[in-house]
Design a protein around this ligand. Structure first.
Ligand SMILES: *Cc1c(COP(=O)(O)O)cnc(C)c1O
Length: 396
């Protein structure tokens, strides 16, 4: 007799105790800092954003960190700053969030996909090389789940073909590869502080670069194309006129957001340690079930442990992955899918001629993958419940 909640059995957690996927941990210091911004009536872009940028630059050990209102904005402006536009091609992975692809499209360029590796789920350098044409301008690697891409090979290719490298580090704030931090390999690195990410500002993003000219372009384009930002304009140092030098965007981060980021960043390592513990506990617990567990991080790398993904053995279970999503949800445990490969979404199929079968590894993952709750907000009881529910559903 089966006691799965999806078949009417008692769920592992009660309905009112539903474990939300990707819930952030928010502590008193950021609550007070947000309130302080509101009380002093400076909630827009100002001193807290400047401080968050400085702190982030120090954390990464880089000259420029520019805070924006999302990683999507960061990716978009990075393309622009890198001089990518109409007629150019940018190579990226199908195993990513749509924002990665949209940022390429928004700057007028054409996204070109290179399949990922089945084990690491990261873009395959061999596949990148196959997709290079005379139009290729840049490679956009995504450090999937917080596991660094094969950056030695990718940088070798970039040097050989004179390509820009823009890293999508939305999962990878803490990631390192052979002693180098994610975002520092290529020309530009983009980060996300969206609510489900490793540290959060609600909505928010950051661009890092060592290039003075690109940093200046990103700053200008992120605020209407104005050559001076609003805070400097209205500071007590006297009125400063601004000049519009581009048709820019409204992508600036607010002090209310930076107020959260400043305190979250102080705990980045503490939160990472907590997620590492959960990730390892999951990996030890799911060895003998109808699923594949993620590979251990490669030597000389630091995994950011943003996602914990299981690959369901749909052949042995004789059930589709979505059955597992429903079954875990019925146990009152939130779950995610990272990702349905981007080339299977209707817009891209229609406009780029991509079809099922084009990227077999990404599709293989896309049919089997599920992401379990992994966040600094989880307590031992939460993770025990997740383990208990997964065992109920996937036991042999
Ligand atoms: C979350 C995410 C983004 C977009 O980040 P936002 O800050 O929400 O714009 C981009 N790429 C990847 C891989 C992501 O997971």
């Amino acid at each position: 007799m089966n006691n799965l909640a999806i078949e009417g059995g008692k769920p592992v957690r009660s309905n009112k105790n539903f474990l939300v996927f990707g819930a952030p941990k928010i502590e008193e210091a950021e609550i007070e800092e947000v309130v302080d911004s509101m009380r002093c009536s400076w909630i827009g872009t100002g001193p807290k954003v400047e401080r968050f940028e400085k702190d982030f630059a120090v954390y990464k050990g880089i000259k420029h960190a520019i805070a924006l209102n999302s990683c999507t904005a960061a990716l978009h402006l990075s393309m622009f700053a890198a001089g990518i536009g109409k007629g150019d091609e940018v190579i990226t992975t199908p195993m990513t969030f749509c924002a990665t692809i949209n940022s390429i499209i928004h700057c007028g360029a054409t996204p070109v996909l290179a399949d990922c590796d089945k084990k690491t789920m990261n873009i395959s350098p061999k596949e990148i090389e196959k997709k290079i044409t005379a139009k290729t301008k840049a490679v956009l690697p995504v450090h999937f789940a917080g596991r660094c891409c094969d950056m030695n090979s990718i940088m070798d290719i970039a040097r050989a073909y004179d390509l820009m490298v823009i890293e999508d580090c939305a999962h990878a704030i803490e990631s390192e590869y052979h002693g180098v931090k994610a975002g520092l390999f290529g020309d530009i690195g983009c980060f996300s502080f969206y609510v489900t990410k490793n540290i959060i500002t609600g909505e928010g993003g950051m661009v890092i670069t060592k290039d003075n000219r690109m940093a200046e372009r990103i700053k200008t384009m992120g605020l209407h194309g104005m050559s001076k930002n609003a805070w400097k304009r209205f500071s007590d140092k006297g009125y400063k006129h601004y000049q519009v030098i581009h048709a820019g965007y409204k992508y600036n981060m607010m002090d209310i957001q930076a107020a959260m980021g400043i305190h979250q960043l102080k705990r980045v390592d503490k939160y990472w340690k907590h997620r590492e513990g959960i990730w390892n506990k999951y990996n030890d617990s799911f060895k003998d079930l109808f699923c594949e567990i993620p590979e251990k991080p490669a030597p000389e790398t630091k995994h950011a442990y943003h996602l914990y993904t299981l690959l369901i053995n749909i052949e042995k279970l004789k059930k589709e992955r979505d059955w597992f999503l429903d079954a875990l949800t019925a146990e009152n445990i939130g779950v995610g899918v990272h990702y349905t490969p981007v080339h299977l979404h209707p817009f891209y199929k229609k406009n780029y001629g991509w079809e099922k079968g084009d990227f077999p590894n990404a599709e293989w993952i896309g049919e089997r993958t599920i992401s379990l709750p992994l966040s600094a907000a989880l307590c031992d009881k939460d993770t025990d419940d997740v383990i208990c529910a997964v065992h109920k559903i996937l036991k042999k």
